[in-house]
Design a protein around this ligand. Structure first.
Ligand SMILES: Cc1cc2nc3c(=O)[nH]c(=O)nc-3n(C[C@H](O)[C@H](O)[C@H](O)COP(=O)(O)OP(=O)(O)OC[C@H]3O[C@@H](n4cnc5c(N)ncnc54)[C@H](O)[C@@H]3O)c2cc1C
Length: 371
């Protein structure tokens, strides 16, 4: 049994609290906000859960394992967190990201279907695919209710014996100092602080915190039961109308920098115009659909978009966990399991999760891709 203090209760920290408490560790989960707060990257209504990751078998397998663990959390909490809507990947070429993903999924026995553009068109009330070569469908992928999932993780961590503390923390040697002066110590301390990590550990963590915008269109009832989708080559993704929020469409270019403590600004007319342009092209019936909602949220992006999961160079009992880079949500519970295994010398973590300089690569979407 270990005493573990976790600062940061987003998907990574709350998953770890849930996982470790379930294994009998004495866990304290500290956060400045309530679980699922919209100022955290894990806040907000929905996140895609998909296994496709191009040729990267490690992320693919981790996402698949995470799906099993999210379902375990659903059973334990009684909350409906994962919607198996399926995810469609719009392939512009015969041998691009989608074909690589298909090969990796098949090698790992993860269900996958190859749809013609006409077959895909039948799944949406309105669809134009004359620029597409084919569509990769992951039938067991879907959408996580993000805020509800983080709340369930935190609640079930408590039910498993974890203690929850509200407060802002900073490192003090190998310990945790809260703003009210309380000192927390553990056999291990985990800093899973999302966009705040770079400010807490400026010598060791480099992250770009950016503003990302989401739009929700009122398309009517026909859009309730459609697959989520990703147009990887056009950096756009979305979902059907879930929980009456509207059809979600996100223009996924890297947005401007946004301080983690700054208020989230409203979405911009310029990005709405870009998003509407895409929608008019791909889902023509939505071209004039009224906007039901829009919002900004934050990404925290590592240089190569790989996650950061590593011991602190001067305090080996302290771990730094984050760098979700727009694709971290779904992995939370599986990452928790891997961190636990790494701590107990069962399976080491990949070298690309380490601290230190990272190559920027071809683009920020190259290594992990978002969503
Ligand atoms: C618009 C958008 C769409 C996305 N889409 C997807 C998707 O489809 N699929 C997917 O898998 N991922 C997606 N992501 C990425 C995913 O949401 C993030 O990678 C993930 O949520 C990051 O989680 P985290 O636990 O690292 O950080 P956070 O959720 O930000 O959690 C960090 C926590 O630490 C707390 N904290 C920070 N500093 C302190 C401190 N000093 N003291 C106390 N508490 C502190 C914060 O309050 C916060 O609660 C998306 C992200 C965004 C913004």
């Amino acid at each position: 049994m270990e005493r573990v203090v976790i600062v940061g209760g987003g998907t990574f920290g709350a998953s770890l609290a849930w996982w470790l408490a379930g294994r009998g560790d004495e866990v304290v989960l500290v956060d400045q906000f309530e679980p699922g707060d919209v100022r955290a990257t894990s806040g907000g209504e929905t996140r895609l859960i998909r296994c496709s990751h191009g040729a990267d078998a490690d992320y693919t397998a981790m996402a698949r394992r995470a799906r099993t663990l999210w379902k375990e959390l659903e059973r334990e909490s009684g909350a409906e967190l994962l919607l198996d809507s399926g995810v469609c990947w719009f392939a512009h070429r015969d041998d691009g990201w989608e074909a690589e993903s298909e090969r990796t999924l098949r090698a790992l026995d993860i269900p996958t279907e190859r749809w013609s553009v006409d077959e895909a068109a039948r799944r949406f009330p309105s669809f134009r695919g004359d620029d597409l070569a084919w569509v990769l469908h992951e039938p067991e992928a879907g959408v996580l209710r993000a805020q509800a999932a983080v709340q369930a993780l935190a609640k079930q961590a408590q039910a498993r014996g974890a203690r929850s503390v509200r407060g802002r923390a900073h490192p003090e040697g190998a310990a945790v100092r809260l703003d009210d002066g309380t000192l927390l110590e553990g056999d291990r301390v985990v800093w899973s602080c999302g966009g705040w990590l770079a400010g807490l550990f400026p010598e060791h963590v480099k992250l770009r915190v950016t503003q990302q915008e989401l739009f929700f269109f009122d398309g009517g009832d026909g859009w309730r039961d459609v697959p989520a989708w990703v147009d990887y080559d056009r950096a756009t993704y979305g979902t059907g109308d879930l929980d009456a929020l509207g059809v979600k469409v996100a223009w996924d270019q890297e947005g401007p920098a946004l301080d983690p403590d700054a208020d989230l600004p409203p979405a911009t007319a310029a990005t709405e115009q870009l998003t509407r342009g895409y929608v008019a092209d791909r889902f023509p019936a939505l071209a004039q659909a009224p906007l039901k909602g829009s919002k900004c949220c934050r990404y925290e992006i590592s240089a190569d978009s790989h996650f950061i999961v590593a011991p602190h160079p001067e305090h080996a009992s302290n771990w730094i966990v984050g760098g979700g880079s727009g694709h971290g949500f779904k992995h939370g519970p599986a990452m928790a399991e891997r961190i636990h295994a790494a701590w107990h010398d069962v399976t080491p973590l990949p070298a690309h999760f380490a601290l230190g300089e990272r190559s920027k690569g071809a683009s920020f979407r190259s290594a992990g891709s978002n969503f």
